[in-house]
Design a protein around this ligand. Structure first.
Ligand code: COA
Length: 160
């Protein structure tokens, strides 16, 4: 498979992230169940880029024509000192191609290398989101509990 590159998000990624966030499947699988306005997204994104406890990683690959393709985003949201919520959102154009697992795996590796502490990662996944449950489990997350009827919590202890 083509090598996947992981980098931190920059202000130039804002419009892509908004587009992926407002994609119907993303909304269907998210806890908020509605789209985000450009103004609200902008406020959130500017703040996220400056917030130490939030890491937004972008996964890219190089096409055969040497063009850089943005595959998706993996987000780490620090909720307590050593606890981060992780979520993934693939560019709708690159879903269903078997890239999600590699994206998540490489992002978790990148995150764990750059955060040398004993960290636990939590993922909250809709019970019906089979593709997401599959990739998180493949990367090593374990089912922890049901949050409610719709969402399940998975955990990965980075144990650094
Ligand atoms: C969830 C998401 C990242 C998965 O990416 P994807 O490219 O669509 O995933 P894939 O098609 O590669 O499928 C991943 C795995 O799930 C499996 N899978 C997909 N649909 C499945 C289903 N209905 N039942 C069982 N397994 C399924 C695939 O076979 C694949 O397994 P494999 O790697 O062993 O072949 C992507 O769909 C997405 O961004 N969705 C919107 C946002 C979202 O739901 N994020 C997750 C919130 S934490």
């Amino acid at each position: 498979m083509t090598k996947l590159n992981i980098r931190s998000a920059t202000k130039n990624d804002s419009s892509d992230l908004l587009e992926w966030r407002n994609d119907p499947l993303t909304i269907q699988m998210s806890q908020s169940t509605h789209g985000v306005s450009p103004a609200d997204h902008d406020l959130w994104f500017q703040k996220a880029l400056k917030t130490q406890s939030i890491k937004l990683l972008i996964c890219e690959i190089e096409s055969d024509l040497k063009k850089i393709l943005k595959i998706g985003m993996v987000r780490f949201d620090g909720t307590a000192d050593n606890l981060y919520k992780v979520s993934i959102n693939l560019n709708p154009l690159h879903r269903g191609k078997g890239l999600a697992k590699k994206c998540l795996e490489s992002s978790v590796n990148d995150f764990s290398i750059k955060n040398k502490r004993n960290i636990q990662l939590i993922a909250e996944i809709k019970a019906s989101n089979e593709a997401s449950k599959k990739i998180f489990c493949d990367v090593g997350f374990k089912y922890l509990k049901n949050i409610d009827n719709n969402f399940l919590q998975y955990m990965l202890d980075l144990n650094l």
